[in-house]
Design a binder for this molecule. Structure first.
Ligand code: UDX
Length: 513
């Protein structure tokens, strides 16, 4: 691969004729060769962000851009164990995986309750190692394949400091929702206005310092991290850093489409003028792969999973036996967790609803122990009749299945987008990160579901399931269908997200000239 920016001389023979004599001149021209751009994609080591970033990586490969994905050793090992990611990406000659340590021992659970240890490992080990890679190591300007653009997770403020030091452009990929990102970017104003930390315990006080949300966003709908007593909190510092760094980047990539988040984007663009809205990303990715398999030698791959757990695909044949729109799908993503009491309240609420349910009980998602003798016999019997329990499933295929009538979710952004695009209404039971904000938008702005945040009670869950599947179903479907349609239009040819991806590709290519 040629080094970028190195000049070469090109010699040409030029014949001049003058007074019937011809002279041959050796014409020397200086050319500066710019090599193909090389993008470094650097995901936050969690299922949601890794899922998004691998989809973006493949979209850039399809556009002929050289891409390296920098995963932590743990994420890479787990991906290789549960997916065909290596063979899938081996189809792109200009694609590479690179790994980096997260500073934690092999057997560290990397769970949400020990998330601060993950942050500490990133800060003490990953950040210096990343800087070395970029300044003098395998991605530096002295290397055989210098990185020309960095696309890291929006929470990696350190990456922008390195990019500015070595003077290469950085485009953040914010894998949380735009509505939550907006509450991050407004954190300095929230603090200045005395709205964070909260003054008093009333969580239903409306928030005034997040433009575009003044009529419906309450304290309880802000990111769970904001429910703190003092600002010295480590996570608040990470968000404060993000709020100060993101507007300094060359641009911000977000997994949404204009019609869904217009009310937020109009304000966000005042702070971050260069936003690439490329969502619904999973649909855009699927569409572009389908086109590539028809127009190039690239073979269509049926399995495009990026799962960090083994997928139980037998749930799909169980769904085949259920009536249309009858099943409640239950999953709280890759990091959220519940107590044993909450586990039994959800279980009892699902059984009391009388509806069939498909429940993803991810390993580590229940904090604390319980033994089978504690499980009431009626739960066991009813679940045998109408339930299917799995540790992990192919969620995009599950949500697309005709038997699915509703989704009891934690409100992670990928799950929210996937549910909207399949026209599946949601019950949101948020845990942390952006989920509180997402669940408020699901219920109050997009009106495609029910927000049960800060509760966990079998009666509330039973009622929410019945409202979702029966009582209010038509109302939710009237709202979610048009959103799904505009999402599909945005990723179709000449749609807003389709065009923003093209603009991103052109910008990445032009940065290297
Ligand atoms: C994390 C944060 O928790 C979330 O709030 C933020 O928006 C993104 O980063 P995660 O908790 O993993 O994400 O949730 P989500 O964003 O919903 O991503 C989960 C992904 O795993 C989805 O793409 C979903 O399709 C997939 N999934 C989930 C499966 O493939 N199988 C499952 O059984 C469950």
């Amino acid at each position: 691969m040629l080094k970028s920016g190195v000049s070469f001389l090109r010699f040409q023979n030029i014949t001049l004729s003058c007074s019937n004599k011809s002279y041959t001149l050796l014409h020397c021209q200086t050319l500066s060769i710019s090599m193909a751009p090389h993008v470094l994609i650097f995901p936050l080591p969690m299922q949601g962000p890794v899922n998004c970033m691998l989809k973006l990586a493949e979209l850039l490969c399809l556009s002929g851009i050289s891409v390296t994905v920098l995963n932590t050793d743990h994420i890479q090992r787990t991906l290789l164990r549960h997916t065909n990611v290596l063979s899938r990406f081996s189809r792109y000659p200009n694609f590479h995986f690179q790994t980096i340590s997260d500073g934690l021992p092999h057997d560290h659970p990397r769970s949400s309750e020990r998330f601060l240890e993950v942050c500490e490992g990133m800060r003490t080990v990953t950040e210096p190692a990343f800087r070395e890679m970029m300044v003098s190591g395998c991605f530096s300007s002295k290397s055989a394949s210098p990185v020309t653009v960095i696309i890291p997770d929006g929470s990696f403020s350190f990456a922008l400091d390195v990019a500015e030091e070595i003077q290469i452009p950085l485009i953040y990929f914010e894998t949380v929702s735009p509505c939550a990102l907006w509450t991050y970017l407004c954190l300095p104003k929230l603090i200045e206005a005395g709205e964070v930390p909260f003054n008093g315990n009333d969580l239903d006080v409306l928030i005034r310092s997040v433009p575009g949300t003044e009529t419906f966003l309450r304290r309880r709908d802000l990111p769970g991290f904001y429910r703190i007593d003092n600002l010295a909190n480590h996570v608040m510092q990470i968000i404060m850093n993000e709020a100060q760094h993101v507007p300094r980047a060359y641009g911000v990539i977000i997994n949404t489409f204009d019609e869904l988040d217009a009310s937020i984007l109009v304000h966000m663009r005042n702070l971050c003028p260069n936003i690439y809205c490329i969502g619904p990303l999973h649909t855009l990715h699927k569409n572009r792969l389908a086109v590539a398999s028809k127009t190039t030698t690239l073979k269509q791959q049926s399995d495009v999973s990026n799962s960090l757990w083994e997928e139980n695909r037998t749930c799909l044949s169980w769904l085949d036996m259920q009536p249309a729109k009858s099943v409640v799908y239950v999953s709280i993503g890759s990091m959220a967790r519940m107590t044993v009491d909450q586990f039994f309240e959800i279980w009892q609420g699902l059984v009391n609803s009388g509806k069939p349910f498909l429940w993803v009980q991810r390993p580590g998602s229940v904090l604390g122990e319980y033994d089978d003798s504690q499980v009431p016999q009626n739960l066991v019997d009813e679940t045998k009749q109408r339930g299917f329990i799995a540790t992990w499933v192919p969620q995009e295929e599950v949500l697309a299945h005709p038997a699915i009538g509703g989704f009891l979710t934690h409100g992670g952004w990928n799950s929210t987008m996937e549910s909207i695009m399949e026209g599946v209404p949601m019950i949101c039971w948020p845990f942390y990160v952006d989920q509180q904000v997402n669940s408020r938008f699901v219920s109050e702005v997009w009106k495609v579901g029910i927000d049960i945040k800060d509760t966990c009670d079998r009666v509330i869950i039973e009622k929410a399931v019945n409202d979702l599947i029966h009582v209010k179903r038509d109302e939710f479907i009237r709202s979610v269908k048009p959103l799904a349609e505009s999402g599909a239009q945005s990723v179709a040819q000449d749609g807003s997200s389709y065009m923003d991806l093209n603009r991103l590709v052109e910008d990445v290519k032009s940065m290297n000239l």
